[in-house]
Unconditional design. Structure first.
Length: 126
């Protein structure tokens, strides 16, 4: 069972990997049988589709940062963050998100759901 410190470390590594544009480092955090729903309620992505999703989502570069503390209960973490994703032409997509990670016994993320809606998305002109 993953410890709260391990879970915190994984969340921080996830955000750092996105900021570094290292989608392979993001993938290293996921279990082999992982599923990603981004946004929650959409068809889950699995296997190689997860990497493709991250590469497409952050192809314009992204800066992410926590906007409040990580909440941990049992083998689950919920964390609010802000993502700023370049859209070209000086435009920046801003998304206020709450991600939920569910961990397996080995401490890998086996399910991620991203919670946001239209009211959480804005576009800034450069």
């Amino acid at each position: 069972m993953p410890t709260p410190q391990h879970i915190t470390d994984i969340v921080n590594r996830y955000l750092a990997a996105i900021n570094a544009g290292d989608m392979h480092a993001v993938m290293d955090l996921y279990a082999d049988n992982a599923a990603v729903e981004d946004p929650a309620g959409t068809e889950p992505k699995t296997g190689a589709d997860i990497l493709t999703f991250y590469q497409n989502a952050f192809s314009g570069g992204a800066k992410v940062e926590l906007t409040d503390s990580i909440r941990i209960s049992a083998e689950t973490a919920a964390f609010p963050f802000r993502a700023e994703i370049g859209q070209g032409g000086g435009k920046v997509l801003i998304v206020e998100v709450i991600d939920i990670f569910e961990f397996d016994e080995a401490g890998k993320v086996e399910k991620m759901t991203a919670h946001f809606g239209p009211s959480n998305i804005t576009m800034n002109e450069g």
